[in-house]
Structures are given as structure tokens and as C-alpha cells.
Design a protein around this ligand. Structure first.
Ligand code: PGA
Ligand code: ZN
Length: 425
């Protein structure tokens, strides 16, 4: 029997220089472990609440209240409990909060503790975190998963809310699909990233980067962004549509106004049907195999149109649409919306609920993609989560900036230390 001896949180800074929470858990056996929570910018409206102070400090974005909630309210409740029982810990946290959106204690406070406890438990068990996550999945669902290395989706060109350029689509990602392992996937991605930088320079375009480390030049159209990436793939002596594919995150809720999709960078305004046609045109003309949030989170009719139109030939990922919430996700499955789900544990606020949502995807033939947030830290928990649950895909930004590459670097070590794991295709 091991037990939680103390829990302590402090306010630290994230990759945008804004406050977030770092939480440390100490066990009776002497083990200590900590974790930090990420933060989104283009958030779904139904996400669990991220508690911010709202006072004059840090433009209202301080997290002192959430930190105090951990130190003064949560910590006393969890002392003496077994950290290996993640389900029980998370249940206690959820019950203590008592709201459906975690607005009482804050999802950031609850998640910080949930994550730090999982790290401490893995250390106590003397096993890597990804193996502990596979154990947690079994505890919670009664089912065994097959761990594997996720295929990365790397965001190398940023627009929307994550950059100050004129591109409406938020993320243009590369998927190094034919790479035989993580090492090769990262080499290809780095080479493509650097070749893209050279192309941008030669075209006298900006090589400044957005929040997720991708370049953020001003361009004529979304299609121009795709063409630049194709050139960068070819310059890397790789074949688009064979070795490397493209994925988009439209984050369409950000430019959906009064029933219209406003592509201000292109000076166009499209209704749901026409925007679905626009996306179909992209899928038919470029090696695009995944589109996230192709419609606004409340435009379910648009989602139906899009799913019927291209769901058979393209992965359609619900991010703002499902917000990692199993109730919202279940309704979406019943309505036939999308065919995949983006998994962000801070959208729901605990490991247990995240695992339950992934299980729902697994049992309904939806793919899960484990994801970072645009505001990140050096915390690498999502890399272990993706491996341990055999999710198959991860998106965690460009192969650049430490907050992004920390996760890829963790995957490289997991690959090195687990020769039996293959990269998911
Ligand atoms: P966010 O963006 O973290 O700013 O919400 C990431 C995404 O939309 O996938
Ligand atoms: Zn998204």
C-alpha cells in the first residue's frame, strides 16, 4: 500500500507566457512527481471551465484561485489515498467539484492533480507512464488496449487564432505516413519544416512562427498554403500523397458568423453546403487525409452534410464539436457526425473521463487523436497517453519550439526503449 502524503501547486508560465498550474504530488514511499496543465486559445464553448482570477494581474489570466483550490481544498481530501487508484482519485475530484463543467474548483485545478497523481503512481510502480496508462484503461473500462507509437500530425503552417497573419484555416499539418518509425517520421518532418522555411525566405514571405511553432506568413489563400507545403515535401525528396500527407484543422467555429463561413483572407463567405464543397475540392485536389473542425461546433446540419460528402474518403475530426466530453460525443455519434475525435484532457478535466471518452471512440469505430493545446508547457504526458492507450495518432505542433518538441522527443525515447512498439499507420 502506498499513499499520498502531500499535494502542492504553484503558478508557473506556459508557452505563451501566461499563467498555468504546476502540481507536485509526494507519496509516503518518498516518490515525488509533478505535472503541468495546458491551455487553449480557440476553445470550444462546451469545454470544462478553466478557472482564471479575472483581476488586474496578468490581464485577469492569473490562476491563483485554482492553485489555492488545490492547496487548500483538494489536497486535504486526497491525503492518504492510494495514487494507483486513478479512478477513485478522479471520482473524488469530480464529486468535490460537484458541477458538470468543473466551474467550482476549475478544470485546470482538477486536471493538474489528476495528472500529477498518475505520474506519482507510475513512479511508485516503477513502470513507465505509458504502461501505467494502459493499466488505468483496463481498470476503468475492463478492456485491454494494444500500445503503439502514434503517427504524428505536425502543424507546420499556422493561421486563425494562433497567428497574426491572414490565413483563415488554423492548422496545416503534415503526416509522415510512410515513415517506418518515429525516428524517421521526425527526420522527415524536420527536413520538410526547414525546406518550407527556405521556400518562404526565397518568396520573401515571413518566417515568424505562430503559437504552435508553425510558420505564419501572409498568403493569398488557404490553397496557397497547401501548395507551399507540397513544395517543401518535394524539396525534401519525399512524395506528397505517398510518403507524406496533409491534414487541416479549420477550427471553423472561429470564422462562422450568422450562418456563414467567412474566409476573410480570401474575401469569401460560404454557407454550410458551399463550405463542404470547398473542403471537398481541397480533398479531391490535394493529398489531404484528415480535416478537423471542418464545420462550426453548433452547425450540426453542416457536419451532417460534410460527413456524408467526404466522410468516406477523409478522416473528419471533432474537436470543438465533441470537447472530449463523452455525453456530447455520444450524441454526436448517434447523429452520425464526423468519424474521429480529438482528445484534449483539459477539455474535460481528468484522466478517467479522458479514458472513458477514448473508450467510447474505440467501441464506436471512431479514431482518437491525442492533442496538445496551443498554450503548452514542457509537460509530456500526452506522449505517454497516446502510446499507452494505443490511440494511433498524436498532434502536438511543429517540429520546433521546446513546448512542442518535448512531446516528440519523449516519443523518440519511448521508441528507443520499447523495440516491440511499432508506429501506427
Ligand atoms: P487550441 O487549438 O488549443 O487553441 O484550442 C488547438 C486546436 O484547435 O486543435
Ligand atoms: Zn482543433
Amino acid at each position: 500500500m502506498t499513499w499520498i502524503k502531500s499535494i502542492k501547486a504553484i503558478q508557473v508560465l506556459d508557452s505563451r507566457g501566461l499563467p498555468t498550474i504546476s502540481c507536485k504530488v509526494s507519496l509516503g514511499c518518498g516518490v515525488q512527481a509533478s505535472a503541468m496543465v495546458p491551455s487553449g486559445a480557440s476553445t470550444g464553448t462546451k469545454e470544462a471551465l478553466e478557472l482564471r482570477d479575472g483581476d488586474e494581474l496578468y490581464m485577469g489570466k492569473g490562476v491563483d484561485k485554482a492553485v489555492a483550490n488545490i492547496n487548500d481544498i483538494i489536497a486535504p481530501l486526497l491525503i492518504n489515498l492510494d495514487p494507483r487508484d486513478q479512478k477513485l482519485i478522479d471520482q473524488k475530484l469530480v464529486n468535490l467539484d460537484g458541477t458538470s463543467d468543473k466551474s467550482s474548483l476549475g478544470a485546470n485545478a482538477i486536471l493538474a492533480v489528476s495528472l500529477a497523481v498518475s505520474h506519482a503512481a507510475a513512479k511508485n510502480k516503477k513502470i513507465p507512464l505509458h504502461i501505467h496508462f494502459a493499466d488505468i484503461y483496463k481498470d476503468i473500462t475492463g478492456h485491454q488496449v494494444s500500445p503503439n507509437l502514434p503517427m504524428p500530425m505536425l502543424n507546420i503552417l499556422n493561421g486563425g487564432e494562433h497567428a497574426d497573419n491572414n490565413i483563415d484555416i488554423q492548422e496545416f499539418m503534415i503526416i509522415p505516413k510512410r515513415a517506418s518509425n518515429m525516428k524517421e517520421a521526425m527526420r522527415w518532418s524536420s527536413e520538410i519544416y526547414w525546406n518550407l522555411k527556405s521556400i518562404l525566405k526565397s518568396e520573401k514571405l515571413s518566417t515568424a512562427v505562430g503559437d504552435e511553432g508553425g510558420f505564419a506568413p501572409n498568403l493569398q489563400s488557404n490553397e496557397d498554403a497547401i501548395k507551399l507545403i507540397l513544395r517543401a515535401i518535394e524539396d525534401s525528396k519525399l512524395i506528397p500523397g505517398k510518403d507524406v500527407f496533409i491534414a487541416l484543422d479549420c477550427a471553423a467555429s472561429e470564422f462562422f458568423k450568422d450562418g456563414q463561413y467567412l474566409l476573410s483572407g480570401e474575401g469569401r463567405s460560404l454557407n454550410s453546403e458551399s463550405f463542404a464543397d470547398y473542403l471537398e475540392h481541397l480533398v479531391d485536389n490535394y493529398p489531404i487525409i484528415s480535416i478537423e473542425d471542418g464545420m462550426d461546433e453548433n452547425d450540426h446540419n453542416g457536419w451532417k452534410i460534410l460527413t456524408e460528402k467526404i466522410g468516406h474518403k477523409c478522416q473528419l475530426v471533432g474537436d470543438d464539436l465533441f470537447v472530449t466530453n463523452k455525453v456530447i460525443f455520444k450524441n454526436g455519434i448517434d447523429e452520425g457526425l464526423a468519424n474521429s475525435i480529438l482528445i484534449k484532457f483539459n477539455q474535460i478535466g481528468s484522466i478517467t473521463e479522458t479514458v472513458e471518452t477514448i473508450h467510447l471512440a474505440n467501441t464506436n469505430n471512431y479514431k482518437s487523436i491525442i492533442s496538445h493545446r496551443s498554450g503548452e508547457t514542457e509537460d509530456t504526458t500526452i506522449a505517454d497517453l497516446a502510446v499507452g492507450l494505443g490511440a494511433g495518432q498524436i498532434k502536438t505542433g511543429a517540429p520546433c519550439r521546446s513546448d512542442r518538441v518535448a512531446k516528440y522527443n519523449r516519443l523518440l525515447w519511448i521508441e528507443e526503449e520499447n523495440i516491440e512498439l511499432n508506429i501506427s499507420k
